[in-house]
Design a protein around this ligand. Structure first.
Ligand SMILES: C[S@@+](CC[C@H](N)C(=O)[O-])C[C@H]1O[C@@H](n2cnc3c(N)ncnc32)[C@H](O)[C@@H]1O
Length: 302
């Protein structure tokens, strides 16, 4: 007779644990994900099946085991310049605006808040590097965080396969900012030095990270339920300057979830902090057309 892989109580326990620890919401239709993503932990620790692993967690409450399970369940899909549009918007619109806003202090702080294996913060570092002449005398901090230490270790090492560097990265950037080592590609030190990788769970107190002018929090809210999204967005808003910019993923929105952020007409996926209303914007280039790069470059602003 067919028996379910997990009984309702075990499934309820593991689902509640994941939601509490990482915000990850899992329904019974995702049982196969539990089985596939936790199979290495089962194998390494000698549990015959998922039920045995969960029984052990329930009994022992072993913190290392819980952390390993939470980390194994994260989805770490990412790529360099993922979706292109947000990076074009950052380069053409957000960056000129924040440079104007911070001209007096010449200090810019950027946060990649769920950075996975590092492609997102390194993409930002490449864009900033391309503008280094205009950024002379500026202090630029790129802080990149993730809940999963395994991906952070990879991000810090900055070594990628040919497949990973070929996904979305212009060849000129590859040649300029990577060294080929055997069949892998390593981010050059000048870029690695620009990014400060640190562990961080978005569900916890974020005050240690200071405040940021630009936050990339892309493709992580999709895994959370509505109350958790609201909580995380409020928490991120507290870590941003009042005139800061938030960039969300293509399938994510702050609209209808929180009034801590307002969208910017003409700029998809970009939000500004509000105090219940959208702050006025400085005039800046709203185009996301790469052909307009020339105009930006010629403007002498960056
Ligand atoms: C799909 S990746 C997105 C990576 C990158 N931002 C992008 O858009 O390409 C989602 C990342 O969010 C991280 N994550 C999941 N829950 C988190 C949490 N509660 N706090 C911080 N990071 C979390 C995962 O470990 C994973 O690396």
């Amino acid at each position: 007779m067919w028996e379910p892989v997990l009984n309702d109580a075990d499934f309820g326990f593991i689902a509640a644990l994941l939601k509490e620890r990482s915000g990850y919401v899992i329904g019974p239709d995702k049982l196969y994900l539990l089985e596939t993503r936790l199979s290495a932990i089962m194998r390494e620790n000698g549990y015959r099946d998922l039920a045995a692993l969960i029984a052990n967690i329930r009994l022992s409450r072993s913190e290392p085991l819980i952390v390993a399970v939470v980390e194994a369940m994260t989805t770490n899909e990412t790529s360099f310049f993922r979706d292109h549009g947000p990076f074009t918007t950052f380069r053409n619109s957000v960056l000129p605006a924040v440079l104007e806003q911070r001209a007096a202090h010449r200090h810019l702080r950027i946060w990649s808040a769920a950075c996975s294996t590092g492609q997102e913060p390194y993409s930002l570092a490449m864009i900033l590097r391309e503008h280094q002449a205009a950024l002379q005398g500026w202090r630029i901090d790129i802080v990149a965080t993730d809940i999963c230490r395994r991906v952070l270790a990879r991000a810090e090492a900055g070594t990628y396969s040919t497949f990973e560097v070929q996904r979305g990265m212009p060849i000129q950037m590859l040649v300029k900012y990577f060294d080929q080592i055997g069949d892998t590609w390593r981010v050059r030190e000048e870029l690695r030095r620009m990014v400060d990788f640190r562990p961080c769970n978005l569900l916890t107190d974020l005050s240690a990270f200071g405040t940021f002018d630009v936050v990339f929090c892309r493709n992580v809210l999709i895994y959370f339920d509505q109350p958790t999204k609201r909580e995380v967005l409020a928490s991120i808003a507290r870590r941003m300057t009042p005139d800061g910019f938030l960039m969300l993923g293509g399938a994510e929105s702050a609209f209808g979830i929180t009034d801590a952020f307002g969208d910017i007409p003409g700029l998809r996926g970009v939000y500004r902090r509000t105090a219940g209303k959208v702050n006025p914007l400085p005039a800046f280039n709203k185009s996301t057309n790469p052909a307009d790069d020339r105009r930006t470059a010629n403007s002498g602003r960056i």
